[in-house]
Design a protein around this ligand. Structure first.
Ligand code: FAS
Ligand code: PHB
Length: 388
């Protein structure tokens, strides 16, 4: 079998790249380890930058997003029992973010791919990469007991942090930069009206909390928790009580609770793999980098990697000077700025073990942030997403 681009991974990165390549007339196949249902069952990101909306529009996968996505012109910071609004729209000269769950983005991309009749193999357990340091890379896997070999021009590694693509690169060719945080996020999804019409990021003496949403009737909440916690340690009642204790009084009184429809714990870490290109193999999204979700950057960085890769591949196939050689440096420049913002906001809002001096610095920075136009503007331009 032969195609132009083999895409490993059917998360948002892989599916978005597949749709963009298709619209440029570039053949591609997507190979996914898990089932379609499993991929859709993951509850992850909730906030899209305008750049991500633009990428989904280029891929002609924005109809439901424009109908159901919630435009947010501001976010709120909560500390010392009071909330402070950051006016994203005014501070960035008119930009905003859109609240629309990653699950819905993935569903829209899956449906668009199926409607386009493009080749997608789910539940493929043994993808292996070959000869990607030559001009004739190959990808092998088995399907119904039969060995399949695909010859291609390029391989896009969109298989997330634990995928096979980055793992196929000789360790001597990779530089990994990592920072782990001494806590995780316990997340809860509920069919209850959000406590507020904008997101609330909370720094409380008991730890970080985040009030987000998926719609006007479905809420997404997080509380910081020890890394040793398990989901079964968190009954619904315990979660709601802990969230109430961390919120300002007015929000706590307004909080509407209800049964959880999903609960999960995610560890927080910052990771970057450099470079992102190895011969004809290109890494995109979580396959190349991880951010703590505090800055709502993970999914959005994946989208900007994919936009950059799609434009470079389109130039290549149009036989015009292509950006393939600059792909890694271009992506890493934006990735590191988002890594910095995500690390900074995580350091600002979370409770670190026994660090009195650190807590005084946090408080001083929060007071400065909410009282300085310049500081709020810097927060706002990072939160809505820096330009590619
Ligand atoms: P993904 O990991 O989404 O997709 C990779 C795909 O590759 C998966 O479907 C996987 O099954 C498949 N795959 C893996 N190995 C394979 C193999 N060997 N062969 C074939 N396929 C293979 N971001 C935010 O902005 N906000 C959040 O709140 C947030 N919460 C998160 C919570 C968790 C628990 C995790 C893990 C991430 C979270 N993220 C969040 C980040 C997340 O949204 C990612 O940035 C986003 O999923 C990146 O998309 P992909 O790069 O497509 O990677
Ligand atoms: C979410 O809605 O899941 C979400 C929103 C903002 C974040 C992280 C997660 O910073």
């Amino acid at each position: 079998m032969r195609t132009q681009v083999v895409i490993v991974g059917a998360g948002p990165s892989g599916l978005l790249l597949g749709q963009l390549l298709h619209r440029s007339g570039i053949d591609n196949i997507v190979l996914e380890l898990r089932s379609r249902e499993h991929v859709l069952g993951r509850i992850r990101a909730g906030v899209l930058e305008e750049l991500t909306v633009r990428a989904l529009t280029e891929a002609a996968v924005d109809t439901r997003l424009r109908r159901e996505g919630l435009r947010h012109d501001g976010v709120q910071l909560c500390f010392d029992d009071s909330r402070h609004r950051i006016d994203l729209h005014r501070l960035t000269g008119g930009k905003h973010v859109v609240v629309y769950g990653q699950t819905e983005v993935t569903r829209d991309l899956m449906e668009a791919r199926a409607a386009s009749g493009l080749a997608t193999e789910y539940e493929v357990p043994d993808v292996s990469l070959h000869d990607f340091d030559t001009t004739r890379p190959k990808v092998h896997y088995t399907r119904a007991g039969r060995s399949v070999r695909i010859e291609c021009d390029f391989i896009a590694g969109c298989d997330g942090f634990h995928g096979v693509c980055r793992a196929s690169v000789p360790q001597t060719a990779l530089r990994m930069y990592e920072r782990a945080y001494p806590f995780g996020w316990m997340g809860l999804l509920s069919d209850t009206p959000p406590v507020n019409d904008e997101l609330i990021y909370v720094n409380s003496p008991r730890g970080f909390a985040l009030c987000s949403m998926r719609s006007r009737t479905r809420s997404r909440y997080y509380v910081q928790c020890p890394l040793t916690d398990k989901v079964e340690d968190w009954s619904d009642a315990r979660f709601w009580e802990e969230l109430r204790c961390r919120l300002d009084r007015a929000s706590a009184e307004r909080l509407i609770t209800g049964p959880s429809i999903e609960k999960s714990i995610a560890p927080l870490r910052s990771v970057v793999a450099e470079p992102m290109r190895f011969g004809q193999l290109f890494l995109a999204g979580d396959a190349a980098h991880i951010v703590p979700p505090t800055g709502a950057k993970g999914l959005n960085l994946a989208a900007s990697d994919v936009l950059t890769l799609w434009q470079a591949l389109e130039e290549h196939y149009r036989a015009s000077p292509s950006g393939l050689a600059q792909y890694s440096d271009r992506c890493l420049s934006r990735i590191w700025k988002a890594e910095r913002f995500s690390w900074w906001l995580t350091s600002l809002l979370h409770r670190f073990p026994e660090d009195g001096f650190g807590r005084k610095l946090q408080h001083a920075e929060l007071e400065y942030l909410v009282s300085s136009e310049a500081a709020r503007a810097a927060f706002a331009e990072n939160y809505v997403g820096l330009p590619i």
